[in-house]
Design a protein around this ligand. Sequence first.
Ligand SMILES: Nc1ncnc2c1ncn2[C@@H]1O[C@H](COP(=O)(O)OP(=O)(O)OP(=O)(O)O)[C@@H](O)[C@H]1O
Length: 273
Amino acid sequence: MTLSISNKSQAEAVNRPVIIDIKDLSLRYSSQDLNVLDYIDLQLYEKDFVCVLGPSGCGKSSLLNVIAGFQKQSTGEVMMNGKTRKKPNADIGVVFQHHNLFPWLSIEKNVAFGLKMKGVPKKARKQTVSYYLELVGLSAAAKKLPYQVSGGMKQRAAIARTLITDPKVILMDEPFSALDAITRVSMQNHLLEIWRKTKKCIFFITHDVEEALLLGTRIVVMQSNPGRVIVDMQNPLIRQNKPIESIKREKEFNKWSDYLLSCISDTESEIEA
Ligand SMILES: Nc1ncnc2c1ncn2[C@@H]1O[C@H](COP(=O)(O)OP(=O)(O)OP(=O)(O)O)[C@@H](O)[C@H]1O
């Protein structure tokens, strides 16, 4: 049996509002002859967990930076909830590969930082912080300084610090790539649990096809030179509330993993099933 996979977004079939609408977006850095991003059309829907794959240098981080408003596109636009989004704003949270915690503040103060900046009173801040610390499993580490906790805990604090400001969309640029294999699996479980509880729209860049299959509701593959979206599909393996370990054991897991790897190296869109 041969499975055909459309490169067109299957998410268009879902009945959820679009949060981010990227239209005809191109980007060329002044130092380059070719567009880094070339006429990208992509929609992020409410409750999406979009994992973005692609070869190194295909423009994944550039796309994230444009969506976040850190980098201006050359042509096209990014709409957020129907309005053109021109600069960074609190509706878009970003988690990078490095946690960027303030080393002199405790974990709870780092997590509280965004609320303090917003002028949220101390009492309300305390309650919200303890909710988010519990959500990411860091209640016991609240008083510790970043250097006193593990890499995975620091990254969980960074996620809590982003979640606490209640952004509509969270952009994550390879947030687990600097972690060791065991911590990484534990972080994947944490993130999936957080997403299942909050259903935030997440745009998650990774180099790891398995990570994309374990976490994403939707998988986007980009090609390079110029950076374009060549695959945009619903994750065929994601199941409501299934733990990561059992998704990995599904008999189709290796096949989809091979398929995505082949997409990264060429634009092949068919697999033998
Ligand atoms: N600020 C910049 N100025 C000029 N060129 C840049 C800039 N940022 C990125 N580039 C170039 O744009 C291309 C895409 O880079 P980008 O980091 O977006 O790709 P990526 O897919 O995220 O790569 P990786 O997977 O290795 O992180 C690369 O050729 C890179 O050198």
